[in-house]
Design a binder for this molecule. Structure first.
Ligand code: NDP
Length: 439
């Protein structure tokens, strides 16, 4: 058995799930040197092959009532990927692009991300092709109840603890958890990212973006430079992008762009916190960036990668950076740090890896969100509330720990390969757990 054979097998079986196959292939190629020198037995290879397959995929119909009284239907999913280390943990995505392929790719990534944090968290992902944009509160409530009617059978504090992801903000988590509480007659914190009024953690909203910047700080420190004074291009304008931009601002980085599906806003002197607040307000109202009025900024169609910068933070969605985009980015970039999951196509990754640019994938850099979710679970289990300072410093510690793992497993003659480091560190923890559990 070889890595090449496993990749061929995955392609033959799941060739129609292109995003999933992309994620698996990228992962396996990056850990190939480690596997070839460390996995010797037939059982090891068998374990590796098996962990590519989710432990369970649940898919179900969701019928909900729209405001005109008509019944609408969507598909809901939960991919329970791997529970060797702890309960399945990973977000729910609500977006028309959601399907089994996308959720398998996200779940696969989540398994290794969660392992990297050092917390006792397995990996999973879920969601629906329902689009919350443009829906009234009543419609989102109706959808959430119908979704939870089925999902609640499969989740729980020791089994599977979902959180938010794209399209799932404070309103959606509130309604989903409200439905969960009523249906199960319990106060189990079976979802994270909840409002602090009913068991949520301080700083969960900010955690992913702040974590991305803490990770970038660790990278800079390790390589002997400072983030202060750099220019940065940030894509997206949702949860991750907003708090990445705010934290960068706080550290003295000039944030030049924010984007959405319609284009990007560019401000040469960099966004102030009050500019970013305007973006947050607009996005909370499900409106487009083109409608935001920011002094000295202009709205442009296209992608933000055409703007030269020292650092790039893709924080919108998968495959948002093409090979051409990457070729432009590496001309000026010192670092590319991913807030989104798999925002670079495989060809874009190859382009970046051929350059001297420091490059961290989401698996390592965006693990701050799930880390604070893990801390939220601990607070709920202890019926306790930690103060914000304690959580922020724990988040910083975890991002530092992830960086140390990446350095430990990613050292090469040419420097630190963060992709290999993160993947090997995550993989060896999951594989060791599976082995010791007799799986
Ligand atoms: P949000 O829904 O809050 O924001 C998503 C942003 O990406 C929006 O600005 C959206 O634009 C933009 N976007 C979505 N699809 C496209 C597209 N096809 N082209 C261009 N822009 C697009 O999501 P999050 O910020 O929560 O998540 C962003 C990424 O970070 C995802 O990859 C997610 O999996 C990942 N992530 C999120 C975590 C979290 O804690 N939230 C944790 C770890 C990873 P528009 O407003 O026009 O829809």
């Amino acid at each position: 058995m070889s890595i090449k054979q496993i990749i061929t097998e995955v392609k033959e079986r799941y060739g129609y799930q292109v995003t999933f196959v992309q994620a698996v292939e990228e992962f396996l190629l990056s850990v190939q040197p480690y596997i070839e020198s460390n996995l010797n037995s037939v059982e090891d290879y068998s374990r590796l092959r098996r962990l590519i397959e989710p432990e369970r995929i649940i898919s179900f119909r969701i019928d909900w009532l729209d405001d005109s009284g008509s019944m609408q239907s969507n598909t809901g999913y939960r991919v329970q990927y791997n529970s060797a280390i702890g309960p399945y943990k990973g977000g729910l995505r609500l977006d028309p692009s959601v399907n089994e392929d996308v959720l398998k790719f996200l779940g696969f990534e989540q398994v290794f991300k969660n392992a990297l944090t050092g917390l006792p968290l397995g990996g999973g992902k879920g969601g629906s092709d329902f689009d919350p944009k443009g829906k009234s509160d009543a419609e989102v409530r109706s959808f959430s109840r119908a979704f939870m009617l089925e999902l609640q059978r499969h989740i729980g504090i020791d089994r599977d603890v979902p959180a938010g992801d794209m399209g799932v903000g404070a309103r959606e988590i509130g309604y989903l958890y409200g439905a969960y509480k009523q249906i199960t007659n319990s106060n189990e914190g079976a979802l994270t990212g909840k409002d602090e009024l009913f068991g949520g953690s301080c700083r969960r909203t900010e955690a992913t973006g702040h974590g991305v910047v803490y990770f970038a700080e660790e990278m800079a420190k390790y390589h002997g430079f400072d983030l202060k004074g750099l220019t940065a291009v940030v894509s997206g304008s949702g949860n991750v992008a907003q708090y990445t931009a705010r934290k960068l601002n706080e550290l003295g980085v000039t944030v030049l762009t924010l984007s959405d599906r319609g284009g990007y806003i560019y401000k040469k002197s960099g966004f102030s916190n009050s500019d970013i607040e305007k973006v947050q307000k607009t996005k909370a109202e499900y409106r487009q960036l083109s409608e935001v009025k920011i002094p000295e900024a202009d709205f442009r169609s296209g992608k933000p990668w055409e703007v030269p910068a020292d650092a790039y933070f893709p924080c919108a969605t998968q495959n948002e950076v093409s090979e051409n985009d990457a070729e432009i980015m590496v001309k000026t970039a010192k670092m590319i740090v991913e807030g989104a999951n798999m925002p670079l196509t495989d060809k874009a990754v190859a382009t970046v890896q051929k350059s001297k640019v420091l490059y961290a994938q989401g698996k390592a850099a965006n693990a701050g969100g799930v880390s604070v979710s893990g801390i939220e679970m601990a607070q709920n289990a202890g019926h306790y509330y930690w103060d914000c300072e304690r959580i922020e410093s724990e988040l910083q510690r975890i991002m530092g720990h992830i960086h140390t793992q990446c350095v430990k497993y990613g050292k090469t003659d040419k420097g630190i390969d963060y992709v290999m480091g993160a993947n090997v560190a995550g993989l060896q923890r999951v594989m060791s757990a599976m082995k010791k559990l007799g799986w």
